[in-house]
Ligand binder design. Sequence first.
Ligand code: PLP
Length: 404
Amino acid sequence: MQLNPNCIRLEQNYLFSEIALRVRSFQAGHPEKEILSLGINDVTRPLAPAVCEAMAAASREMQHAETFHGYGAVEGEPFLREAVSGYYRQHGVRVDPDDVFIGDGAKSDLSNLCDLFLPECTVLLPDPVYPVFYDTSVMAGRRILFSRGSRENGFLPMPDDSIDADLVYLCSPNNPTGAVYSRAQLRRWVEYAHAKGACIIYDAAYEAYIRSAALPRSIYEIAGAETCAIEVSSFSKMAGFTGVRCSWVIVPGALTQGGQSLQRLWRRRQSTKYNGTSYIVQRGAAAVFTAAGQRQVRGDVSCYMENAGLIRSALRKSGVFSTGGEHAPYVWMECPNGMRSWDCFDSLLSRYGIVSAPGAGFGAGGEGWIRFSSFGSRETTKKAAEKLANIEWDAFSVFAGGRY
Ligand code: PLP
């Protein structure tokens, strides 16, 4: 057999597996210590009642021959594609339902989109960034370049015209930094993509967390994006679908390269490798866009954003530098005293039982930073925030007693 060398090139451990491993090892040695997790990507609030009712009704439909659903349309059910289009309309963005493709999660969509582009093409990734952009690019065998986020540029790297990229990934609101591009900044990226003939893959998985109309929720708010950008979004963080699985990809009909329609290619790809998202799940997803569904899921998002507020205030009180958490469920903290991310992670865990996500796991640009997630319960977040607020960072250093 011959193995794919690109898979072998991947790092041994996926970030969150390594975090889980370290937490387990700490717990084994200190079963009496309370663990306060601000590390996870996963949501903790239950599904909205409107979603559950819709899925229960859909499952009852499946019980009767007259209303049973077998294979559905590979692009997704028309009712959900219309509902997604309507959601964009509410925010003043025109997206044709025909341009909407329903998937089973943004992670799979992001990775499946790799099929549309030449494996060895050049990809420009923000650093730090959601690890899936990097790992899927490594697996595809791409040439990878980075645009570096830093405290100086507010973790919003801008295009460098001397770099020629075929594919550009952008994530706004950003995981892990919580930074959000302005319209003017996105305009620059759209101009760059046009100048280079590049395609932007825009990850809007956290758009529901944007609290200000002054910030763009979609790349299609920028004129010209429909001819250079694909947008990926998900019900996971806007409506707690991490365990249900549903997402959407916008591939505009106007997006072409060398006379080829990317929408046609994506449909062709999907019809070969995908058999559609579960009907029951799509009914649940459509309920997210009803008046009751929106009220309920927005309540959950507000609750997470209050958690982010608690974390931000605690860090501000303690005097350490942090950013994010205003239009995103992630707060991004600079490790004190020049500490490295994993050392800071280990010290927070050993001393306070607080689990974070080390910035270094999101790329070299994340070294020296830590991410706190606001997806924990209110009780956990409050307890952790109380501890964080009282840390004396000047005296905070690598835990003296070894790792744990
Ligand atoms: N994109 C970003 C930026 C994310 O942070 C995540 C999940 O954490 C995803 C995509 C994947 O979401 P999904 O649950 O839809 O696969």
